[in-house]
Design a protein around this ligand. Structure first.
Ligand SMILES: Cc1ncc(COP(=O)(O)O)c(C=O)c1O
Length: 389
């Protein structure tokens, strides 16, 4: 069982930070790796051609381990989740009249590419929604499964809904998409790192993850896994380092028609990024040492008594089987308005996000019972005052 890992971070002790779904705090080790890497550029002669490849190899290996694939060559380094999604959109064989399925209100980086593609190809973008109410997680999964059929070309979804915390049943989606030869694309930005993701089991055609939240990496780094359907696809840009033999700097103008193997063709130009890659590798090493399942176990135990109390106070939380423990959507009790709750949270320096009609509580391994107590102090108070009026 993990203990609280707060000492590994430089948290601002004057705020209660329960918002990793927005931006993770920085590990001290990641900051140190960045500073060291920044200073390296003072002596550019120390950066040899092999450094364009070696760090990237380390990052791919760590991420491959985290998502359980034996093939680090299937990992691409990209600058944003939207970039990884655009790569899939460029390669999806989509015919007029076919369906692309997304969940209602999913993050825009996993929406706009599909909206454009559907429009260009005369396909249908189906946004699956279910009304609010009990068991929303179960009903939503059922509705998405029911939407998948012979006309489906692709399901583009996340593992955990970024606003409400609904856990999507990726295994069931995979089974059904397999029946119809449809692709399954997962945005893991709000889950991978904190929640186990098993490529060997789920077999997504693509998985994309921005790294600045649960992967604890620097902003402007992201990672993708691309499965066999994308092995011979076309990248959204053509850069020199993705081509075969790019390791040979003397031969770069012996232009090559072949790419680096597997997902090597999909990495962004200048992905060797000498400052950000060491930071990302350090963060991934730490996550692999912690293990996502142990992070979930830590958070489950930490959250449990407070969630129980919130339910007793009339707040709404999804049943445990329909959510994860690192991103919990909290609906307000009847008669309690969001605006005063937000004001009270801000006044107490409790940092959470409001997404739609829910408060999003996103704890991680640096949080402990003191943080929950700060949050609960506010929620108990607003419930009490607003119920009295
Ligand atoms: C589910 C999800 N995907 C992706 C992102 C970030 O996307 P991008 O890397 O394209 O900026 C976010 C940011 O909040 C998110 O919540």
């Amino acid at each position: 069982m993990l203990n609280c890992q707060r000492s590994l971070f430089q948290l601002d002790e004057s705020v209660t930070f329960l918002n990793c779904a927005y931006l993770s705090p920085q590990l001290k080790s990641v900051a140190a790796a960045g500073i060291h890497a920044l200073e390296r550029k003072n002596k550019p002669n120390r950066l040899a051609p092999e450094h364009f490849f070696s760090q990237v190899k380390g990052v791919k290996a760590e991420f491959a381990r985290l998502i359980n694939t034996p093939e680090p060559g299937r990992i691409a380094l990209i600058p944003a989740a939207s970039y990884g999604i655009a790569t899939v959109a460029k390669n999806l064989p989509l015919r007029s009249g076919q369906d692309i399925i997304v969940a209602k209100d999913q993050f825009p980086s996993n929406y706009y590419s599909w909206a454009r593609l559907a429009q260009e190809k005369g396909a249908n973008l189906r946004m699956v929604e279910v009304p609010a109410g009990p068991d929303k997680g179960r009903r939503w999964n059922e509705a998405i499964l029911a939407a998948i059929g012979p006309q489906t070309a692709l399901v583009a979804i996340s593992h955990v809904h970024w606003a409400e915390g609904v856990l999507f049943d990726l295994l069931a989606f995979r089974e059904k998409t397999d029946q119809f030869g449809a692709w399954l694309v997962v945005d893991g930005t709000q889950s991978v790192g904190a929640l186990p993701f098993d490529v060997a089991k789920i077999r997504p055609d693509a998985l994309v993850c921005a790294a600045y939240k649960w992967l604890m990496g620097p902003y402007a780094t992201a990672l993708a896994y691309y499965g066999p359907v994308l092995d011979n696809g076309v990248p959204i840009e053509e850069n020199w380092i993705n081509r075969k033999n790019s390791e040979n700097f003397q031969g770069l103008v012996n232009y090559q028609s072949d790419y680096q193997p597997l997902a090597g063709r999909y990495c962004v130009g200048e992905h060797s990024n000498f400052v950000l890659m060491p930071m990302l590798e350090t963060a991934l090493q730490q996550l692999n040492a912690w293990e996502p399942q142990r992070i979930q176990d830590y958070l489950r135990q930490l959250n449990a008594p407070y969630i129980q109390e919130l339910l007793e106070l009339g707040f709404r939380v999804l049943p445990e089987a329909q959510r994860a423990h690192h991103l919990v959507g909290l609906g307000l009790p009847a008669g309690v308005e969001m605006e005063p709750v937000q004001a009270a949270l801000a006044a107490a320096n409790v940092i959470v996000s409001v997404r739609g009609q829910s408060i999003r509580i996103a704890p991680n391994v640096y949080n402990d019972a003191r943080d929950w107590e700060q949050l609960m102090g506010v929620l108990r108070q607003v419930k009490h005052t607003q119920s009295v009026h």
